[in-house]
Design a protein around this ligand. Structure first.
Ligand code: PMP
Length: 425
C-alpha cells in the first residue's frame, strides 16, 4: 500500500487498479481521492467526450480541454451499420412516439408491455430461429437476468474467461457454480466439461460464449463449442451483442455465420450496438423465455423499454431485411481500412467490425487517443486494468457508412500520430 501511495503523488502513474488496493476507510476519503483522477480523464478527452450532434460516421464533439468543437471521424462507435441516424428508422420511431407516447411507466409484467414490445419479441425470435424472446431494458440486465434466473444451486456455468462484465456480475449474484475456461481454447473447454460431468453426472450445465468478443473482435469457435456441449450434455448460451448485424449474410449473427441457426439454446443480444439504442433480449424455447419473465429479477423489477425504442429496433430489423448490402459494405470497409493500415506499416487484424491496434506498454494509450482526437479521429482506448499492460490497445470500430475518403483520412491520421509516438518509423 505504501508503494502505491508513493506513486500516487504523480497521478499520471496511477490507475484505477491501484485505487482499489488503497482500502480507504471513509466514503469521503475515497471519493475525494478519486476526484482529481476522474477530472484528469475527462480533461484529457479520454472519457465522456460530449457529442454535439447526431451519431454518424462524421460528427461534432466538444474538446473538454479547450471547449472548441471538433469534427471527427467516428471510429469509436458500435453503431456498426449506421442505423442510429437512418431516416426510415427515425421516422418510424417518431410515429411510435405519436401513437404510444414516450413510454409506459411500468415493468413488463404489469403495465409495461405494448403490442410493439410483443411484435419485437416475435421478430427477434424469428430472426434468431428460436420459439420466443424476452426483451430486457438493457443487455446488461439480459445477461444478469438469464444467468441468475435460470441457473440455481448446484447448476454449472462453464464460461469463456473473456465474457462481458455483465456475465461476471450474473456470476457474482447467482447461486450456481461458475467455471472459466481460457479464451477460445476448446481443448480447455473439453477438460472443464469432462471434469464437471465426471463429478456431477446429472447437474445442469450451460456453456457461455460471446459470438464476437467485444475487445478483440475475434469470433468464438462455435461449431466446436456446440459439439462439445452436446457430447457432455450441456446447453449453449451465446452473447451475440457484437455479432448481430455484423456476421452472417443477412446480419443475423454468429450462429448464421456458422450455419448453426436454431441450434443455440440461449441466444442473448443487445440493441446498444447495431440497433444503436438501448435494450437487450434472450431468445430460446418458449417455456424458458416465460420462466425468465418470472424468475429474472432484472426483468420483473425494472421498467420495460420505452415503446419508441422498441419501435426503432423493429424498424432496424426491417431495415436489415431490406438492406443486406449494408452488412457487405461494413465488411468491405473493414477490409479496406485494414489493408490501408497494413500498407502503412501497422500490424492489425480483424475478423469483424472491431479492429484492435495494440500499443507498446511504454506508451500511454490516452496520449494517443488525445492526439488522434486532435487530428480529427475519435477512437476509444483500453488500458490496464481493463486489459493486461502488454495488451493495451486502441479499440477501433468501423461502420458501413464510411466513404473511401473517410477511411483514407483515418489511416492518414493514424500514420501521423503513429510516427509522432514512434509506433511507425
Ligand atoms: N454483452 C456484451 C458482449 C457487450 O459488449 C455489452 C455492452 N458493452 C453488453 C453485453 C451489455 O449490453 P448493454 O450495453 O445493452 O447493456
Amino acid at each position: 500500500m505504501e508503494d502505491v501511495l508513493a506513486r500516487t503523488e504523480n497521478l499520471e502513474n496511477f490507475s484505477p487498479g491501484d485505487f482499489f488496493k488503497l482500502g480507504w476507510e471513509t466514503l469521503d476519503g475515497k471519493t475525494a481521492f478519486f476526484a482529481p483522477y476522474f477530472r484528469g480523464m475527462v480533461d484529457d478527452n479520454w472519457i465522456m467526450r460530449e457529442a454535439l450532434g447526431p451519431a454518424s460516421h462524421r460528427m461534432p464533439f466538444r474538446d473538454s480541454r479547450t471547449g472548441e468543437t471538433r469534427e471527427v471521424l467516428m471510429l469509436g462507435s458500435n453503431n456498426y451499420l449506421g442505423l442510429a441516424n437512418e431516416p426510415s428508422i427515425v421516422e418510424r420511431t417518431i410515429e411510435a412516439v405519436r401513437a404510444f407516447g414516450i413510454g409506459c411507466g411500468g415493468p413488463p409484467l404489469l403495465n409495461g408491455t405494448t403490442t410493439v414490445h410483443r411484435a419485437l419479441e416475435r421478430k427477434l425470435a424469428e430472426m434468431k430461429k428460436c420459439e420466443d424472446a424476452v426483451v430486457f431494458a438493457s443487455g446488461y440486465q439480459a445477461n444478469v437476468g438469464w444467468t441468475t434466473g435460470l441457473l440455481g444451486q448446484g447448476d454449472f456455468l462453464v464460461y469463456d474467461a473473456q465474457n462481458h462484465a455483465s456475465l461476471f456480475d450474473g456470476i457474482k449474484m447467482g447461486r450456481f457454480e461458475a467455471v472459466p475456461w481460457e479464451h477460445n481454447n476448446v481443448d480447455e473447454l473439453r477438460r472443464r466439461l469432462m471434469h464437471v460431468r465426471w463429478k456431477h453426472p446429472y447437474t445442469n450445465v450451460v456453456v457461455a460464449v460471446e459470438g464476437v468478443y467485444s475487445m478483440d473482435g475475434d469470433v468464438a469457435p462455435l461449431p466446436e463449442v456446440v459439439a462439445l456441449a452436446r457430447k457432455y450434455g450441456a446447453l449453449v448460451a451465446v452473447d451475440d451483442a457484437h455479432g448481430t448485424g455484423v456476421l452472417g449474410e443477412r446480419g443475423h449473427g454468429t450462429p448464421e455465420h456458422f450455419g448453426l441457426e436454431g441450434d443455440i439454446d440461449i441466444v442473448m443480444g443487445t440493441f446498444s450496438k447495431t440497433f444503436a439504442v438501448t435494450g437487450g433480449f434472450v431468445a430460446g424455447k418458449r417455456e424458458m423465455v416465460d420462466y425468465l419473465r418470472f424468475f429474472a429479477r432484472s426483468y420483473m423489477f425494472s421498467a420495460n423499454l420505452p415503446t419508441p425504442v422498441a419501435a426503432s429496433v423493429l424498424a432496424g430489423i426491417d431495415f436489415l431485411g431490406r438492406h443486406p448490402e449494408r452488412v457487405r459494405a461494413l465488411h468491405e470497409n473493414v477490409r479496406s481500412f485494414v489493408a490501408g493500415m497494413r500498407a502503412a506499416g501497422f500490424t492489425v487484424e480483424a475478423q469483424t467490425a472491431i479492429v484492435p491496434l495494440f500499443v507498446p506498454s511504454h506508451l500511454r494509450v490516452r496520449d494517443l487517443v488525445g492526439a488522434l482526437f486532435r487530428e480529427g479521429v475519435f477512437v476509444n482506448g483500453v488500458e490496464f486494468p481493463a486489459v493486461p499492460r502488454d495488451r493495451q490497445r486502441l479499440r477501433i470500430s468501423l461502420m458501413a457508412t464510411f466513404t473511401k475518403e473517410d477511411l483514407d483520412l483515418a489511416v492518414a491520421a493514424f500514420v501521423k500520430v503513429g510516427r509522432q509516438f514512434g509506433m511507425l518509423p
